[in-house]
Design a binder for this molecule. Structure first.
Ligand code: ADP
Ligand code: MG
Length: 243
Protein backbone atom coordinates (compact mmCIF):
# COMPACT_ATOMS: atom_id res chain seq x y z
CA UNK A 1 0.00 0.00 0.00
CA UNK A 2 1.38 3.44 -0.85
CA UNK A 3 1.95 5.75 2.10
CA UNK A 4 0.23 9.08 2.51
CA UNK A 5 2.98 11.68 2.13
CA UNK A 6 1.01 14.42 0.46
CA UNK A 7 -2.51 15.32 1.43
CA UNK A 8 -2.84 18.70 -0.21
CA UNK A 9 -6.37 19.30 1.02
CA UNK A 10 -8.38 21.65 -1.16
CA UNK A 11 -9.64 24.97 0.16
CA UNK A 12 -13.32 24.65 1.11
CA UNK A 13 -13.14 20.92 1.80
CA UNK A 14 -14.94 19.88 4.98
CA UNK A 15 -12.98 17.57 7.28
CA UNK A 16 -14.67 15.24 9.76
CA UNK A 17 -17.92 17.15 9.09
CA UNK A 18 -16.50 19.81 11.38
CA UNK A 19 -13.63 21.86 9.88
CA UNK A 20 -13.56 23.83 6.64
CA UNK A 21 -10.09 24.06 5.10
CA UNK A 22 -9.01 27.68 4.54
CA UNK A 23 -5.31 27.48 3.73
CA UNK A 24 -2.24 25.28 4.04
CA UNK A 25 0.14 27.22 6.31
CA UNK A 26 2.98 24.75 6.61
CA UNK A 27 4.37 21.54 5.26
CA UNK A 28 7.34 19.54 6.48
CA UNK A 29 8.62 15.98 6.60
CA UNK A 30 6.22 15.09 9.40
CA UNK A 31 3.01 16.39 7.92
CA UNK A 32 0.91 19.36 6.91
CA UNK A 33 -0.60 22.28 8.83
CA UNK A 34 -3.83 24.02 7.81
CA UNK A 35 -5.77 27.02 8.95
CA UNK A 36 -9.36 25.87 9.24
CA UNK A 37 -12.70 27.23 10.41
CA UNK A 38 -14.82 25.22 12.79
CA UNK A 39 -18.17 24.83 11.02
CA UNK A 40 -20.52 25.26 13.95
CA UNK A 41 -18.70 28.01 15.83
CA UNK A 42 -16.93 29.91 13.03
CA UNK A 43 -13.74 29.77 15.13
CA UNK A 44 -10.40 29.68 13.36
CA UNK A 45 -8.18 26.74 14.36
CA UNK A 46 -4.91 25.17 13.26
CA UNK A 47 -4.86 21.50 12.30
CA UNK A 48 -1.71 19.46 11.95
CA UNK A 49 -2.01 16.21 10.00
CA UNK A 50 0.77 13.69 10.64
CA UNK A 51 1.97 11.52 7.74
CA UNK A 52 1.40 7.91 8.87
CA UNK A 53 4.83 6.63 7.78
CA UNK A 54 6.47 9.14 10.17
CA UNK A 55 4.03 8.36 12.96
CA UNK A 56 3.82 4.62 13.51
CA UNK A 57 0.75 3.60 15.51
CA UNK A 58 0.18 7.34 16.08
CA UNK A 59 2.74 7.14 18.88
CA UNK A 60 4.46 10.45 18.20
CA UNK A 61 1.27 12.44 17.65
CA UNK A 62 -0.46 10.99 20.73
CA UNK A 63 2.51 11.91 22.92
CA UNK A 64 2.51 15.45 21.54
CA UNK A 65 -1.25 15.83 22.10
CA UNK A 66 -0.90 14.65 25.71
CA UNK A 67 2.04 16.94 26.26
CA UNK A 68 0.15 19.96 24.92
CA UNK A 69 -2.78 19.11 27.15
CA UNK A 70 -0.46 18.79 30.16
CA UNK A 71 1.00 22.22 29.38
CA UNK A 72 -2.36 23.94 28.93
CA UNK A 73 -1.66 26.26 31.88
CA UNK A 74 1.55 27.57 30.26
CA UNK A 75 0.71 30.86 28.54
CA UNK A 76 3.54 30.51 26.00
CA UNK A 77 2.35 27.15 24.70
CA UNK A 78 -0.17 27.07 21.88
CA UNK A 79 -3.61 26.08 23.27
CA UNK A 80 -4.55 22.45 22.81
CA UNK A 81 -8.07 21.91 21.50
CA UNK A 82 -8.36 18.29 20.48
CA UNK A 83 -7.05 15.23 18.74
CA UNK A 84 -8.54 12.73 16.33
CA UNK A 85 -7.63 9.94 13.93
CA UNK A 86 -9.15 10.36 10.48
CA UNK A 87 -9.06 8.14 7.40
CA UNK A 88 -7.36 9.47 4.28
CA UNK A 89 -6.78 7.16 1.30
CA UNK A 90 -7.77 4.32 3.63
CA UNK A 91 -5.02 5.09 6.12
CA UNK A 92 -5.20 6.44 9.64
CA UNK A 93 -3.97 9.99 9.86
CA UNK A 94 -3.58 11.65 13.25
CA UNK A 95 -4.87 15.17 13.42
CA UNK A 96 -3.96 17.66 16.15
CA UNK A 97 -6.24 20.63 16.63
CA UNK A 98 -4.87 23.75 18.34
CA UNK A 99 -5.58 27.42 18.56
CA UNK A 100 -4.55 29.34 15.44
CA UNK A 101 -2.01 31.94 16.52
CA UNK A 102 -2.42 35.25 14.71
CA UNK A 103 0.97 36.90 14.53
CA UNK A 104 4.35 36.81 12.88
CA UNK A 105 6.89 34.02 12.85
CA UNK A 106 10.04 35.19 14.69
CA UNK A 107 12.31 34.62 11.66
CA UNK A 108 10.13 36.93 9.52
CA UNK A 109 9.99 39.52 12.30
CA UNK A 110 13.80 39.57 12.53
CA UNK A 111 14.25 39.69 8.74
CA UNK A 112 12.19 42.87 8.56
CA UNK A 113 14.70 44.74 10.70
CA UNK A 114 17.64 46.66 9.30
CA UNK A 115 20.58 44.31 8.86
CA UNK A 116 18.14 41.45 9.56
CA UNK A 117 18.92 41.63 13.25
CA UNK A 118 17.48 43.08 16.42
CA UNK A 119 19.13 45.70 18.59
CA UNK A 120 20.49 44.60 21.96
CA UNK A 121 17.63 45.84 24.11
CA UNK A 122 14.75 44.20 22.15
CA UNK A 123 16.82 41.03 21.78
CA UNK A 124 17.32 40.88 25.56
CA UNK A 125 13.60 41.40 26.12
CA UNK A 126 12.75 38.66 23.69
CA UNK A 127 15.20 36.28 25.33
CA UNK A 128 13.71 37.13 28.72
CA UNK A 129 10.13 36.49 27.53
CA UNK A 130 11.23 33.17 26.06
CA UNK A 131 13.07 32.20 29.25
CA UNK A 132 9.96 32.96 31.37
CA UNK A 133 7.79 30.90 29.02
CA UNK A 134 10.21 28.02 28.93
CA UNK A 135 10.51 28.08 32.70
CA UNK A 136 6.79 27.33 33.02
CA UNK A 137 7.26 24.29 30.74
CA UNK A 138 10.36 23.04 32.55
CA UNK A 139 8.70 23.50 35.95
CA UNK A 140 6.14 20.93 34.85
CA UNK A 141 8.93 18.48 34.07
CA UNK A 142 8.56 18.91 30.32
CA UNK A 143 10.58 20.41 27.46
CA UNK A 144 9.88 21.93 24.06
CA UNK A 145 12.25 19.79 22.03
CA UNK A 146 12.62 21.83 18.84
CA UNK A 147 13.14 25.50 19.63
CA UNK A 148 14.07 27.64 16.67
CA UNK A 149 12.99 30.88 14.96
CA UNK A 150 10.23 29.23 12.91
CA UNK A 151 8.52 27.64 15.90
CA UNK A 152 7.98 30.93 17.72
CA UNK A 153 5.14 33.30 16.84
CA UNK A 154 5.04 36.92 18.04
CA UNK A 155 1.43 37.85 18.76
CA UNK A 156 2.23 41.40 19.76
CA UNK A 157 4.93 43.40 21.40
CA UNK A 158 5.18 46.59 23.36
CA UNK A 159 7.26 46.73 26.50
CA UNK A 160 7.05 42.96 26.57
CA UNK A 161 6.79 40.32 23.90
CA UNK A 162 3.61 38.28 23.77
CA UNK A 163 4.84 34.99 22.34
CA UNK A 164 3.53 31.56 21.52
CA UNK A 165 5.59 28.50 20.79
CA UNK A 166 4.30 25.80 18.48
CA UNK A 167 5.54 22.45 17.18
CA UNK A 168 6.49 20.72 20.44
CA UNK A 169 8.46 17.51 19.98
CA UNK A 170 8.70 14.28 21.84
CA UNK A 171 12.02 12.42 21.96
CA UNK A 172 12.43 9.11 23.70
CA UNK A 173 15.50 10.00 25.78
CA UNK A 174 15.92 11.74 29.13
CA UNK A 175 13.82 14.78 29.87
CA UNK A 176 16.72 16.44 31.68
CA UNK A 177 18.89 16.20 28.56
CA UNK A 178 16.07 17.66 26.52
CA UNK A 179 15.61 20.54 28.96
CA UNK A 180 19.37 21.23 28.66
CA UNK A 181 18.98 21.18 24.90
CA UNK A 182 16.15 23.75 25.17
CA UNK A 183 18.54 26.09 27.04
CA UNK A 184 21.20 25.65 24.35
CA UNK A 185 18.60 26.36 21.66
CA UNK A 186 17.41 29.47 23.51
CA UNK A 187 20.94 30.87 23.53
CA UNK A 188 21.26 29.96 19.84
CA UNK A 189 18.08 31.94 19.10
CA UNK A 190 19.51 34.93 20.99
CA UNK A 191 22.72 34.68 18.96
CA UNK A 192 20.78 34.45 15.69
CA UNK A 193 18.45 37.37 16.35
CA UNK A 194 21.51 39.50 17.11
CA UNK A 195 22.84 38.79 13.62
CA UNK A 196 24.75 35.52 14.14
CA UNK A 197 28.38 35.02 13.31
CA UNK A 198 28.64 38.19 11.23
CA UNK A 199 28.10 40.42 14.27
CA UNK A 200 29.22 38.23 17.17
CA UNK A 201 32.73 39.68 17.50
CA UNK A 202 31.30 43.22 17.72
CA UNK A 203 28.79 42.45 20.46
CA UNK A 204 29.35 44.03 23.90
CA UNK A 205 31.07 41.85 26.46
CA UNK A 206 27.94 41.60 28.66
CA UNK A 207 26.08 40.00 25.74
CA UNK A 208 28.93 37.67 24.79
CA UNK A 209 28.89 36.53 28.42
CA UNK A 210 25.38 35.20 27.81
CA UNK A 211 26.16 33.50 24.50
CA UNK A 212 29.43 31.97 25.83
CA UNK A 213 30.74 31.54 22.27
CA UNK A 214 27.89 29.03 21.92
CA UNK A 215 29.93 26.49 23.86
CA UNK A 216 27.54 23.90 25.22
CA UNK A 217 29.47 23.07 28.37
CA UNK A 218 30.05 26.73 29.25
CA UNK A 219 26.39 27.62 28.72
CA UNK A 220 25.14 24.72 30.86
CA UNK A 221 27.66 25.47 33.58
CA UNK A 222 26.51 29.07 33.76
CA UNK A 223 22.80 28.35 33.34
CA UNK A 224 22.08 25.01 34.97
CA UNK A 225 18.38 25.67 34.59
CA UNK A 226 16.38 28.14 32.56
CA UNK A 227 15.51 29.85 35.86
CA UNK A 228 19.24 30.60 36.29
CA UNK A 229 19.19 32.31 32.89
CA UNK A 230 16.08 34.28 33.84
CA UNK A 231 17.65 35.50 37.10
CA UNK A 232 20.89 36.32 35.32
CA UNK A 233 18.98 38.54 32.86
CA UNK A 234 17.05 40.23 35.67
CA UNK A 235 20.25 41.52 37.22
CA UNK A 236 22.25 42.00 34.04
CA UNK A 237 24.38 45.11 33.73
CA UNK A 238 24.38 45.85 30.01
CA UNK A 239 25.71 49.41 30.31
CA UNK A 240 28.63 48.42 28.05
CA UNK A 241 26.06 48.15 25.22
CA UNK A 242 25.28 51.89 25.42
CA UNK A 243 27.44 53.85 23.06
N1 ADP B 1 -1.15 27.00 15.73
C1 ADP B 1 -0.65 27.68 14.70
N2 ADP B 1 -1.03 28.94 14.46
C2 ADP B 1 -0.52 29.63 13.42
N3 ADP B 1 0.37 29.13 12.53
C3 ADP B 1 0.79 27.87 12.71
C4 ADP B 1 0.31 27.07 13.80
N4 ADP B 1 0.90 25.86 13.73
C5 ADP B 1 1.70 25.90 12.66
N5 ADP B 1 1.66 27.11 12.03
C6 ADP B 1 2.42 27.50 10.82
O1 ADP B 1 2.79 26.34 10.12
C7 ADP B 1 4.23 26.20 10.09
C8 ADP B 1 4.59 24.72 10.28
O2 ADP B 1 4.03 24.24 11.49
P1 ADP B 1 4.87 23.36 12.50
O3 ADP B 1 3.93 22.86 13.56
O4 ADP B 1 6.06 24.14 12.94
O5 ADP B 1 5.26 22.11 11.61
P2 ADP B 1 6.62 21.62 10.93
O6 ADP B 1 7.73 22.51 11.37
O7 ADP B 1 6.77 20.21 11.46
O8 ADP B 1 6.34 21.69 9.48
C9 ADP B 1 4.72 27.11 11.21
O9 ADP B 1 6.04 27.56 11.01
C10 ADP B 1 3.69 28.22 11.19
O10 ADP B 1 3.99 29.13 10.16
MG1 MG C 1 8.08 23.79 12.95
Amino acid sequence: MSTVDNLNLKVGRVMANRFIIEEMVGRGLEGEVYRVVEKHTNKVRAIKLFYPHRNEKQKVSTRIAKKLDKLSACPIVVDYIGYDILKFKNQNVACLITEFVEGEILSEFVDKHRGKRLAIFPALHLLYSLACGLESIHHRGEYHGDLHLDNIIIKKFGLEFDLKIIDLHHWGDSKKDNRDEDIIKLIRIFYEILGGQKYYAKLPESIKQIICGQKRSLILKKFRTVSDLKKYLESLDWSDAVK
